[in-house]
Design a protein around this ligand. Structure first.
Ligand SMILES: Nc1ncnc2c1ncn2[C@@H]1O[C@H](COP(=O)(O)OP(=O)(O)OP(=O)(O)O)[C@@H](O)[C@H]1O
Ligand SMILES: [Mg+2]
Length: 271
């Protein structure tokens, strides 16, 4: 069997609200605009990525979600959950989603079952080979759900809000995913830390400027990518479940930042 390409990227941070989901969906948009086919795996029971991509869980017309594919854990089970995103145009053509729902929380209590951490990896087997990139949005935790993602991923990116707690949460995510003992437990020795991406950056804040300057020392200069600025239009687009391109010219600066990050991501994972 041909070797699977290394195109699965986990986006995580132990801290909440640092831009993991916002960056995941906007990177998906930038990659799609550049002609790439993207699979977004929403692996947070909050299901924010699913809603923002127009695929909230509807109890009156339930569909298969990340929770069911992990409960099954059968090789290839993830195929049953894939839906196109509900954005228009190239996004609908090129961005697919494995949506989430709150029930994903119930997978945590199964963590002690044999091979429990391999369930997402197994469910994705043979399913995402046709995509150029698989982006996996983690919950703000290093617990079982994030471990399921890390067991399936090839690369890890942490979003760093340049504040004390944001840097600490990002550092814990990095330290967790490069620890050889953890990699052995995850049965994923090839997993590689790819980048610390400063997110929600406001350069007018002294604290942000200070913490940005510490990042190369913590993560290594080559692993610190250009920052994503904090812009209200990112929040507005997320609230309206629309791509940034639907927000007109005021989204230009934010889109340029996500485009640059997507281009760097593509370059690094295809090198
Ligand atoms: N670059 C940005 N500029 C401004 N607002 C942003 C940006 N990125 C994300 N946001 C907004 O900030 C809030 C938190 O972001 P987001 O939901 O992406 O964080 P998260 O790390 O995924 O949170 P959680 O840990 O709860 O999953 C959201 O309202 C989101 O729309
Ligand atoms: Mg999130």
């Amino acid at each position: 069997m041909a070797q699977r390409r290394r195109r699965r990227v986990a986006l995580g941070n132990n801290k909440g609200g640092v831009g993991k989901t916002g960056t995941t969906i906007n990177l998906a948009a930038s990659l799609a605009e550049a002609g790439r086919r993207v699979l977004v795996v929403d692996f947070d029971p909050q299901a924010n990525a699913s809603r923002r991509l127009g695929r909230p869980f509807r109890p009156d017309s339930p569909t298969v979600t990340a929770s069911e594919i992990v409960r099954s854990g059968e090789p290839g089970a993830a195929a049953d959950a894939i839906v196109p995103c509900d954005w228009e145009g190239v996004y609908a053509l090129r961005i697919d989603v494995i949506p989430s729902r709150f029930d994903l929380e119930n997978r945590i209590s199964e963590a002690a079952v044999m091979h429990a951490r391999q369930r997402l990896r197994s469910a994705l087997e043979g399913v995402d080979d046709e995509y150029d990139v698989t982006l996996m949005d983690c919950p703000p935790s290093l617990g079982h759900l994030t471990q399921l993602v890390l067991a399936a991923a090839d690369w890890g990116i942490t979003l760093v809000e340049p504040e004390y707690d944001g840097v600490e949460g990002a550092t814990r995510f990095r330290d967790f995913m490069v620890d050889p003992a953890n990699l052995a437990e995850l049965a994923n020795p090839e997993l590689q830390f790819l980048a610390a991406v400063p997110s929600m950056v406001d350069t007018r804040l002294g604290a942000h400027a200070h913490h940005l300057s510490t990042l190369p020392g913590i993560f290594g200069p080559d692993c610190v990518w250009d920052p994503i600025p904090a812009r209200s239009v990112v929040k507005d687009a997320a609230d309206s479940a629309l791509p940034l391109s639907a927000m007109g010219s005021r989204a230009a600066e934010a889109r340029a930042a996500f485009d640059a990050t997507a281009a760097r991501l593509w370059k690094e994972i295809t090198a």
